[in-house]
Write a protein that binds this ligand. Sequence first.
Ligand code: F0G
Length: 482
Amino acid sequence: MTKVKFLSGEFVPMEMHKVRMVQKVNLKPVEDRLRAMDEAGYNTFLLKNRDIYLDMLTDSGVNAMSDNQYAAMLQADDSYAGSETYYRLEKTLQDMFDVKYFLPAHQGRAAENIISQIMVREGSTVLMNYHFTTSKAHIGLRGGAVEEIIIDEGLVITSDHPFKGNMDIGKLEEAIARLGRENIAYVRLEAGTNLIGGQPISMENMRTVSRICREHGIPTVFDASLLADNLYFIKTREAEFADKDLREVTREMGRLMDVTYFSGRKLGFARGGGILTSDETLFHKMRELIPLYEGFLTYGGMSVREMEAMSVGMEETLDLDVISQTPIFVEAFTEELQAKGVPVVTPPGGLGCHVDASAFCDHLPQEQYPAGALAAALFIASGVRAMERGTMSEERRPDGTEPLAEMELVRLALPRRVFTLSQVKYAADRLAWLYQNRELIGGLTFVEEPSVLRFFFGRLGATSDWPETLAKAFRRDFGDSL
Ligand code: F0G
């Protein structure tokens, strides 16, 4: 992706790919969208694809694959043990991250399970720039605690800080002194920090964190799931790397961290996951769990076809033309919304555009899930499926009380190479309409609340008949239009 100058002087994002296979999508009338949202218990995870126009729930497992990935799939070497496909993937990843060992896992959270089982002790703490839902849940299941030491700017919604995902070095040193290194299971750095708006971490920050942790003998764990976007930001926002090859950047990251893991549903344009390390002891310990939870060591729950696609996809991740598509679209999306006055997280990050639901729905208390309500309202108004990233996505404390999220965000993910600019403009337009009518959005309350990761399949109800009122207002303003 690159931006080219038009006659008007405007710089317009240009796709550096062409579409050679398409999938039909449906844009249903607002009454049908209202019914579908109601049937889904006002939880966008429970919607059915057939009712959705643009699926911006996530980039996980839904990135478009390239011709070369499909071609590689045909060459997959099908075998339970010792498949050539596995060795190709292993070599690709060892080269990419400059590490000795690779362990396959069926997806990112499976890698988190293995890492937590081996590295988290009851009562220990994991320090991290910011948590991700599944990473925190796995650490909690092992009796560990999570402490987030993101820079203060990371939680400021509107900012121009280029690396809001950075860890606060002062807080890191303070936490090590306070907790004692023996009580710190590891320090986890997440690339493209998901829950604060896909915000990147700088190489300089990674280097400093790694140095301090090594001085204290504390292991470091790198969640590279959103590495593609993060690489783009390092290349474009960190002067030292402007002319550096992305492979060199990635290899340095691999050397800085003791363990790297990833969701292959995000990184590598396929589906799967894995763990990388050069630490022989950790490798041997973690390896024992792979056949128990994932599958034999040469597939780890992944199909050989996906592994072939992933090998090619990892190489594509090192191509700036390929990885810039999402961040440049996110930037265009964010600027479009800002121009319409809609409150959004800035600077634009990777992964997707993040709307600030606290400001959007400032009439709703956090206990009524403003981000969840906005995601439901957006679906009714547009058929666009987004994801709540706020209090609904938090786990209850052991005493049953509900922590309120630090940010109430609605994430409109842009799966890589999937949507066109006109589709992005449509989503922005409907959000702008919703913003003008924001007082019509009411609250939500749980009707069925699972005890773990409740946001996935919990069911909610509207606190009034606001969804019907919203649908009527849509009809009033848009007439017969979908
Ligand atoms: N780490 C990060 C930063 C993630 O974003 C995800 C998944 C995982 C780990 C877990 O990986 O899904 O393969 O098990 N994020 C998805 C999302 C679910 O929609 O943001 P997984």
